[in-house]
Ligand binder design. Structure first.
Ligand code: CO8
Length: 260
């Protein structure tokens, strides 16, 4: 599948998916959602891809939300379908067996912030702006914003953003734990790629198990979550990388991981 609204590049085990509708501040129309699902599926299936980076084209936006021009006159059933399609691809990103990093280079509003919330890690440019402006349009977040946002930053802060519809800058997003790191705009991609390359060199199966344990433990009781962790960690002992990692440590040398 070739893409009209995304760029898809792979280098050194890192796939970069770039939202590419800069004239509309990379707003997500239904075609972009379909393309994103395809690009994410490719990233899951291609063994050479170890890490995924999501970012936005241009210097203004990551994604300024769902495309409002495609929503104005739709029926509730069509709105539901758009939301279900969005949820499907965001859950795919969240649960895929490889790390996904959002490099938020500008506006991350509404559906744009929700996409970033489904990623494992968020790096932001000092120019990034986050918000849930749906309330100003007479709706509420529909791609997980009322669920993932409070889980990440807490119910009180999430309600401030969702009910108020305001925007926060990268500094505030960092203070409340919405983003992991903040960089000057011209360093965001280089720093993100540096971290992505580091992850691409780490044991792939252990990364998959770490993500799995955190994701599926998060909504479970502590006892159930601890059993999930035990099962995920035990599985790592089936890999060559576990043998190599421990052998290399004991031999005081750098490990040569093979990704299995
Ligand atoms: N949808 C469509 N077009 C957009 C969007 C958008 N979300 N955001 C920006 N654009 C377009 C503008 O219409 C404009 O196009 P044109 O040049 O043709 O007029 C172009 O991008 C540039 O935008 P502005 O001229 O407005 O630029 P400013 O610098 O003045 O403002 C803002 C930038 C503040 C980002 C402003 O564009 C804005 O407020 N955008 C809308 C943000 C928003 O409300 N996002 C949430 C949308 S709803 C949502 O995401 C819910 C998702 C899940 C529910 C799905 C339900 C079916």
């Amino acid at each position: 599948m070739s893409y009209n609204n995304l760029l898809f590049e792979v280098e050194g085990g890192v796939a970069t998916i770039t939202f590419n509708r800069p004239k509309a501040l990379n707003a997500m129309n239904p075609e972009t959602t379909r393309e994103l699902k395809d690009a994410v599926t490719r990233s899951i299936e291609d063994e050479a891809i170890r890490v995924v980076v999501l970012t936005g084209a241009g210097d203004r936006a990551f994604v300024a939300g769902a495309d409002i021009s495609a929503m104005q006159d739709i029926a509730p059933s069509e709105a539901m379908r758009i939301m279900e399609n969005g949820h499907e691809v965001l859950r795919l990103i969240e649960t895929m067996p490889k790390p996904v990093i959002a490099a938020v280079n500008g506006f991350a509003l509404g559906g744009g912030m929700e996409i970033s919330l489904a990623c494992d890690i968020r790096f932001a440019s000092e120019k990034a702006l986050f918000g849930a402006p749906e309330i100003l349009l007479g709706i509420i977040p529909g791609w997980g914003g009322t669920q993932r946002l409070p889980r990440l930053i807490g119910i009180g802060l999430a309600k401030e953003l969702v009910l108020g519809g305001g925007q926060i800058d990268a500094k505030r997003a960092y203070e409340i734990g919405l983003v992991n790191r903040v960089y000057p705009p011209d360093q965001l991609i280089a720093e993100t790629n540096k971290f992505a390359a580091k992850l691409a060199g780490l044991p792939a199966f252990a990364l998959k198990m770490a993500k799995c344990s955190i994701n599926f433990g998060a909504d479970a009781s502590l006892d159930t979550a601890n059993r999930i962790e035990i099962a995920c960690c035990a599985e790592c002992f089936s890999t060559q990388d576990q043998k190599e990692g421990m052998k290399a440590f004991l031999e005081k040398r750098k490990p040569a991981f093979v990704g299995r």
